[in-house]
Design a protein. Structure first.
Length: 90
């Protein structure tokens, strides 16, 4: 989809496997600017996949990951992704 700019997926029980699938889709999307992923049971494995996608995504400017189960390993991957992602602002 080349016109979708915002998606609210909060409280959908996405989990790590769903986040991996979303991350794969994000690799080929250049229109999405905002995504709300609050309260989805996303853990380290899902966050690692999302972080990999962020390294090459240049359209996403806002991500909400509140109330997930992201631990040290997931945050480490996210921090590393932020080093090469210049589009995220919030």
């Amino acid at each position: 989809n080349s016109s979708l700019t915002s998606v609210d997926l909060r409280s959908n029980g996405i989990g790590d496997e769903g986040m991996k699938a979303f991350s794969e889709a994000l690799n080929s999307n250049s229109s999405l600017t905002s995504v709300d992923l609050r309260s989805n049971g996303i853990g380290d494995e899902g966050m690692k996949a999302f972080s990999e996608a962020l390294k090459s995504n240049s359209s996403l400017t806002s991500v909400d990951l509140r109330s997930n189960g992201i631990g040290d390993e997931g945050m480490k991957a996210f921090s590393e992704a932020l080093e090469s992602n210049s589009s995220l602002t919030s």
